[in-house]
Write a protein that binds this ligand. Structure first.
Ligand code: RFL
Ligand code: PHB
Length: 390
């Protein structure tokens, strides 16, 4: 089989790029290691910046998102016994974010790809890119005992943090920057009415908490927990009791609880790999960079990679112009590092660090006091949260 672009990874990054390219007549194949049901059972992002939503529309996949997603014009921060609001719309001149689950968005992208008859290969084991510095790279994979091969012009590594594409770049070329945080987020999805119409980020002496949602009947809550905690050790009751203890009293009083539909613990990490291109391999999304979820930047940063890559490949195939491909890594990384900075800053501001000193805690409180006394500081938060320009 021969295609123009072979995409490894059927998460939102790979699917969105495949869809955008397909609409411009560029032939793609998409390889995903897992069955579709497995990919669609993962509960992850909930907040999309307007640039991501615009790309979904451009890919012809925005209809359900626009119908069922919620536009949020602000967010709340609970700290030191008070609740303050960041007015995203006022501070950014009218910008907002879209609350629409990654699971739903991924489903929309798969369905659109099916409708277009795009090549999607699930259960692709041992996907391996070859000859990446030649003019004729190819990808092999296995399905049971049968080995397959796809020839292509370009390989896209959209295979997430644990994928095979980043390690295909030689160690002598690749630079990795990493920070691992000493805690994780324990997430619970429940069929209950959300406690607040807007997201509440909570800084509490017992640890960070987040009240989020997927719809008016589906809530998503998170608690900061030690990395040693196991999901099986947490009963639903224990989760709700701990969440209540971290929320302001008036919010805790109206918290609706119910059985969890999904529970998982995710470690928090900041990570960047440079460069994002090697020969004819281009990395996109979590394959190249990870942020702690505090600033809701992960998927949104993948979106700018996809935007740059889509335009670069379209310019190559439709105009014979390779400037976008040549500049991809530097351009994508410039925005990636800004998302790193913001996610790190918000994580430091809102979490309890096990090794923090009295001085660190006093400084954190001062940072929060400053934030809510300075319109400029709030504007800096708001412009990053709704998404810096691509
Ligand atoms: P994904 O989603 O990891 O998809 C990669 C896909 O590649 C497949 N794969 C392979 N396929 C073939 N061969 C191989 N060898 C393969 N190895 C892996 C995998 O099965 C998978 O299907 O990466 P992608 O597409 O780059 O998307 C990135 C996002 O998933 C991620 O950045 C976000 O979920 C991060 N994130 C959030 N981002 C936001 O922008 N806003 C949010 O509100 C937000 N909340 C979150 C989050 C991430 C979280 N967790 C669990 C880390 C909340 C949480 C709790
Ligand atoms: C979510 O709803 O899953 C969510 C929302 C905001 C974040 C992280 C996760 O910052």
């Amino acid at each position: 089989m021969k295609v123009q672009v072979c995409i490894i990874g059927g998460g939102p990054s790979g699917l969105l790029l495949a869809q955008l390219l397909h609409r411009r007549g560029i032939a793609t194949a998409l390889l995903e290691k897992h069955p579709r049901a497995y990919v669609l059972a993962r509960i992850r992002a909930g907040v999309l910046e307007h640039g991501f939503a615009a790309l979904m529309r451009e890919a012809g996949c925005g209809e359900r998102m626009d119908r069922e997603g919620e536009i949020h014009h602000g967010l709340l921060v609970a700290h030191d016994g008070r609740v303050d609001r960041i007015d995203l719309a006022r501070l950014t001149g009218g910008s907002s974010v879209m609350v629409y689950g990654q699971t739903e968005l991924t489903r929309d992208l798969y369905e659109a790809r099916d409708r277009m008859g795009g090549i999607t290969l699930h259960n692709a084991e041992d996907a391996t890119p070859h000859d990446l510095t030649s003019d004729a790279p190819y990808v092999t994979w296995r399905e049971g005992d049968t080995r397959h091969r796809i020839d292509c012009d370009y390989v896209i590594g959209a295979d997430g943090f644990h994928g095979v594409c980043r390690p295909a770049i030689p160690r002598a070329v690749l630079r990795e920057y990493e920070r691992v945080y000493p805690f994780g987020w324990f997430g619970v999805l429940s069929r209950t009415r959300p406690v607040s119409p807007e997201l509440i980020y909570v800084n509490h002496p017992r640890g960070f908490a987040l009240c989020s949602l997927r719809s008016q009947v589906l809530s998503r809550y998170y608690l900061q927990v030690p990395l040693s905690d196991r999901v099986e050790e947490w009963s639903d009751d224990a989760f709700w009791t701990e969440l209540r203890a971290r929320l302001p009293a008036e919010v805790a009083a109206r918290l609706e609880t119910g059985p969890s539909i999904e529970k998982s613990i995710a470690p928090l990490r900041s990570f960047v790999a440079e460069p994002m291109r090697w020969g004819r391999l281009f990395l996109a999304g979590d394959a190249a960079h990870i942020v702690p979820p505090t600033g809701a930047r992960g998927l949104n940063t993948a979106a700018s990679d996809i935007y740059y890559l889509y335009h670069a490949l379209a310019d190559h195939y439709l105009k014979g112009d390779d400037a976008g491909l040549e500049g991809y890594s530097a351009r994508a990384l410039a925005r990636v590092w800004k998302a790193q900075r913001f996610s790190w800053w918000l994580t430091m501001l809102l979490h309890r660090f096990p090794d923090s000193t009295e001085y660190d805690r006093r400084l954190q409180r001062t940072e929060l006091e400053y934030l809510f006394s300075s319109e400029n500081a709030q504007r800096a938060l708001a412009e990053n949260y709704v998404g810096l320009p691509f």
